[in-house]
Design a protein. Structure first.
Length: 174
């Protein structure tokens, strides 16, 4: 079943915030079709539309969701509102990057984010830091670092896969 704009915004907020500021719950929308991502058809993303809504409109949409999901979304919105303009711009760019991935890669990223959220908090911080560092590297240096003895010594195979996929597919330079 295709997602409405609010559903996509909720998924994007959670996904992008997880990628930018660490773990947060995100809605995992199912995508049964191979249609182009919404951002590919329209540069005005669901996230943009969500933030153009009045507070009353947002509350009406949140009221349609289960209480726990609405609580998590409100928490994510609060975090977003506390971000600097630069952090917001990065988050929006990462969301656009995600929405432009083919459906199979969006699903892969969702799976890696779920695996990331299952890590102990201390490991989440270390893995997140490594993802951020790898995103800053050119692709050839990133590959060499991922294949290094240092990475094998400090990260499990599962953690290395999370790091590799999130750094690659959420990289706004790709």
């Amino acid at each position: 079943m295709p997602c409405n704009p609010v559903c996509m915004a909720v998924a994007g907020i959670g996904l992008a915030m997880t990628a930018l500021v660490g773990p947060a719950r995100c809605q995992q929308a199912s995508e049964a079709t191979q249609q182009p991502a919404p951002a590919a058809r329209n540069p005005d993303t669901a996230l943009d539309r969500w933030f153009r809504m009045s507070p009353e409109e947002r509350e009406r949409e949140l009221a349609k969701l289960p209480a726990e999901r609405a609580r998590l979304i409100r928490q994510q919105l609060r975090r977003y509102s506390e971000m600097s303009p630069e952090e917001k711009a990065k988050l929006r760019e990462r969301y656009r990057t995600f929405t432009q991935l083919p459906p199979n890669l969006r699903q892969l990223v969702r799976e890696r984010l779920e695996e990331f959220r299952e890590l102990p908090p201390a490991r989440q911080a270390v893995v997140h830091r490594q993802v951020v560092e790898l995103r800053a590297l050119p692709e050839d240096q990133r590959a060499a670092r991922l294949d290094s003895d240092e990475m094998r010594a400090h990260f499990s195979p599962e953690e290395r896969q999370i790091i590799q996929d999130l750094a690659q597919y959420l990289d706004t330079k790709n």
